[in-house]
Ligand binder design. Structure first.
Ligand code: C5P
Length: 225
């Protein structure tokens, strides 16, 4: 099967407090994008990667991709205003694919095993697959004033990571049918197509805040032999 991975990295995502889109921020000597590509390729499960970036960063991205080892082709395309627009731009570059993964560069420490697990689940027949973790905190719903309105049953909740994996036709239909969603599986759900889960990994956390960078550096230090 031809498996393509899209890496939407076209958001300005300046919450890290750096003057750069998140995927281009340095983490212990290499960008988040570098590290995300390494993890994807180390899965051994991919036929192609498409990185989606802001127009002004295309050249910079090509340099990063040229440094990433391996014989899997890595294409660079320009993203759009919303994340979904960026994913659609990536989809246009993967017309051969049977399976498409969508992976946030911000989850750059995702273990290759997690990537492979998602691909395997799609190849085994699930049209849409998301890696998930149980929710550890107690969950409350609140009103506009922050007053608690209820306690949500934690046992039925999961937090969702990436890569999310899809039958390519299902993901194309999902993106043709709807405009806005924070994740691709959300669009697939609206089609009425079942979305199944596989175990995620704590190291697949999304680097969003400066605190996450501290954690990411610690994870990398612990990985040193
Ligand atoms: O902002 P957030 O962390 O939700 O973005 C998730 C991912 O989507 C990031 O990797 C970001 O670069 C990407 N994105 C994109 N195009 C946009 C907005 C976000 O590729 N227009």
């Amino acid at each position: 099967a031809y498996v393509a991975a899209l890496v939407p990295a076209a958001g300005m995502g300046l919450r890290l407090g750096e003057n750069l889109p998140k995927a281009f921020v340095d983490l212990s000597g290499r960008t988040l994008l570098d590290r995300a590509l390494d993890g994807l390729l180390a899965s051994g499960a991919l036929s192609q990667v498409v990185v989606v970036v802001p127009g002004p960063l295309v050249d910079r991205t090509r340099e990063i991709c040229a440094r990433v080892a391996g014989d899997v082709p890595i294409d660079v395309v320009v993203g759009g205003a919303e994340r979904a627009d960026s994913v659609r731009a990536g989809l246009r570059a993967v017309d051969r694919a049977d399976v498409v993964l969508v992976h946030d560069a911000a989850r750059c420490l995702t273990p290759p095993e997690t990537v492979a697990r998602v691909v395997d689940a799609v190849l085994a027949g699930s049209p849409a697959v998301v890696p998930v973790l149980p929710v550890v905190d107690t969950m409350k719903s609140v009103d506009a004033d922050g007053v608690v309105t209820g306690t949500v049953d934690r046992a039925s909740l999961r937090s969702v990571q990436t890569p999310q994996g899809f039958d390519a036709d299902v993901l194309r239909r999902a993106h043709a049918a709807a405009d806005h969603a924070t994740d691709d599986a959300g669009l697939v759900e609206r089609l009425g197509v079942p979305v199944t889960t596989v175990p995620g990994h704590p190291e697949a956390f999304k680097i969003t805040t400066p605190m996450d960078l501290v954690l990411a550096r610690a994870v990398l230090a612990a990985r040193q032999p």
